[in-house]
Design a protein around this ligand. Structure first.
Ligand code: G6P
Length: 612
């Protein structure tokens, strides 16, 4: 979703801003723009890619060592040049970039129009910068004070950066609900939606908190005040990320790199936590809350998108081995349906970015009602991690491809560790079985490596389906969420319609779709309901559907029935999602690449969905 970048310091701002915008492309956007200043503010905006913007700027004056840049993901108004950010204030004394949504923008806009303001765009953001200038001029306030007064009048979410024509030695930034991080260099500052544009310049950062305004000078220290005018001391943190983690490293796409990183990302997410020699699982981040979790009458898992699929695997795991009832909720549904929550409830929020607006709002609601909130997030210092009581990070490293891959398997790995830990505490698992499962889990990274070897075979299979319009994905038990995730991957990046279904439910509807043109991906691994799945495959075969089966190595039964077979290594049933997901990620990837789709930045999608 919208990306923000800003620079103030001794260097030319333009190359830093353009590079920063390219780093932020992964968040998803449809237009881009830059404002530079050396006395006069110059705006450059363009629909399309950052490279289109760059091309359109060629030959213009790009001097100036203060500037702001933005990638816009359209909410109010279509993605055209006028609606792209930055936006000017009425008298062009200010330019602003904004991420978030100003919910009361239409009443503010009507009021400003009645006072003679003329708006060029359809955006809510333009209203905000007009209001700031209006308050500044009508009440004779300095810019910081005008920003503060304005932000007290707006309802909604914002991360903003303001460039003032009259002061080329200061940038003003503020946030509520949308992320903003400020990098501190040698006599220079960098501002961005996340750390990726900053990492190559400095590792010292300050994450702005909600309702904080940062006054960022060219030289000297930044100051922070809240919108209720309290002074805050900036809390400087060190970034752990390194540059190679956000570059492609020889792969054609980030998604492919991230798929192939999974042996490491799963291992990293279990490192120091899975301690076979001590027959122990240590999850330091939640140690103070483990007792509460183990005693919970129910656990509610809240997430969106792929993380919601990880939560479904979590439900199976927690109920199966820890015997704790689990409810899985979409953030967006949970918050608007008057849910029953009390102080005994434990909520686990699962999010790669830690910024998803619906998940964030849902945990705020649950927290206000007294529930204990545990996070499973990938981005260190993100909003969700700061609002939870405790949590366990997934250590998947930065995930740049919009379609989530390594974050999903890392989430499932952490959920597996949590389920095993709670099972041990609650005495719902035999010691020998616990020990055996730890050993099996420990082998998962090398089995993922093995599973990745089907890559070439998957390329060949994918060639058969480049013009297919629909796909069905089926699985049962632990493999049902895997089917959902496989279907989501395909539709996200190849734009082929795909549905995931519990295999047995096929006969209640989707079976009507099956004919000789319908490919059906069936996850038919050798444990649990294997025989039942084989019957489902027979049903598809009887209707001439094309069967692509994911099976356990050495399978012979399904091999006889399926048109295409992809093998994964043998493992325990509860660990199968960590392996069965791999060929489905590869299948989606190769189909999308061969269809010429923009794999890392699929149309209309955003990596981090910071609006409701
Ligand atoms: C977006 C992304 C998905 C992601 C979902 C939830 O839709 O494109 O890949 O699964 O948001 O994001 P989160 O960061 O909360 O896991």
């Amino acid at each position: 979703m919208c990306g923000i970048v800003g620079y103030i310091g001794p260097k030319n701002a333009y190359p830093i801003l353009i590079k920063g915008l390219k780093r932020l492309e992964y968040r998803g956007y449809d237009s881009a723009g830059i404002a530079l200043s050396n006395g006069d503010i110059r705006l450059f905006k363009k629909p399309g890619r950052v490279s289109d913007l760059e091309e359109s700027i060629n030959g213009n004056d790009i001097s100036g060592n203060i500037g702001i840049g933005h990638t816009r993901w359209a909410t109010h108004g279509e993605p055209n040049q006028v609606n792209a950010h930055p936006h000017y204030s009425q008298n062009k004394t200010l330019a602003m970039i904004h991420n978030g949504i100003i919910e009361n923008y239409s009443s503010l806009r009507a009021e400003l129009i009645s006072r003679g303001h003329v708006f060029l765009s359809e955006t809510d953001s333009e209203v905000l910068i007009h209001l700031i200038e209006d308050i500044q001029q009508s009440e004779g306030l300095g810019l910081v004070e005008a920003v503060r007064v304005t932000l007290n009048q707006v309802i909604g979410a914002y991360a903003i950066v303001i460039l003032a024509k009259s002061d080329n030695d200061t940038l003003i930034a503020a946030r509520k609900g949308s992320p903003l991080v400020i990098g501190i260099g040698e006599n220079e500052h960098f501002i961005a939606s996340d750390a990726t544009p900053i990492i190559e310049y400095t590792k010292q950062v300050v994450y702005l908190n909600d309702e904080e305004i940062a006054i960022i000078p060219r030289n000297g220290d930044m100051k922070i005040i809240t919108i209720s005018d309290q002074k805050k001391t900036p809390y400087i943190q060190k970034l752990e990320m390194n540059l190679t983690a956000i570059e492609k490293g020889g792969f054609e796409h980030f998604m492919m790199k991230e798929i192939f990183e999974q042996p490491h990302s799963i291992r990293d997410s279990m490192r120091g936590r899975l301690r076979i020699e001590h027959e122990k699982i240590s999850l330091g981040g939640i140690s103070e809350y483990e007792g509460k979790m183990a005693a919970a009458k129910r656990i509610i898992m809240i997430a969106c998108g792929t993380s919601w699929h990880a939560a479904l695997v979590g439900e199976y795991l927690f109920e199966d081995i820890a015997r704790i009832p689990v409810e899985v909720e979409y953030g967006s549904e949970f918050r608007y349906r008057n849910p029953i929550i009390n102080e005994d409830d434990v909520v686990i929020a699962i999010s790669q970015s830690g910024e998803t607006a619906d998940t964030l709002a849902a945990i705020r609601l649950a927290k206000a009602k007294g529930a204990t909130i545990i996070g499973i997030c990938n981005v260190v210092g993100s909003s969700i991690t700061r609002e939870t009581h405790a949590g366990s990070y997934t250590h998947a490293g930065p995930e740049i491809g919009v379609a989530s891959t390594k974050a999903f398997t890392a989430q499932v790995a952490v959920l597996t560790l949590m389920a095993l830990r709670l099972a041990q505490m609650r005495g719902t698992i035999e010691r020998s079985r616990f020990h055996f499962l730890l050993q099996e889990l420990d082998q998962i990274p090398s089995k993922v490596e093995e599973a990745l070897k089907v890559n070439h075979q998957v390329i060949e299979i994918s060639k058969m389906f480049l013009n297919t319009r629909n796909f069905l994905y089926l699985g049962r038990g632990y493999n049902f969420p895997v089917a959902l995730e496989g279907a989501l991957k395909l539709k996200e990046i190849s734009y082929i319609h795909a549905e995931g279904y519990p295999a047995a439910e096929m006969k209640h509807g989707p079976i009507a779709l099956i004919d000789e043109n319908m490919p059906v991906v069936v996850i038919a691994t050798n444990k649990g309901t294997y025989d039942k799945v084989v019957s489902n495959i027979e049903e598809i075969r009887a209707r001439k559907g094309i069967i692509i089966a994911i099976v356990t190595k050495g399978d012979t039964t399904v091999k006889r029935l399926a048109d295409y077979i992809i093998e994964i290594p043998e493992t325990e049933e509860m660990l199968v999602p960590l392996l069965a997901t791999i060929p489905l990620q590869l299948l989606a990837y190769h189909i999308a690449v061969q269809r010429g789709c923009s794999v890392d930045m699929p149309r209309n999608l955003a990596k981090s969905v910071t609006v409701e």
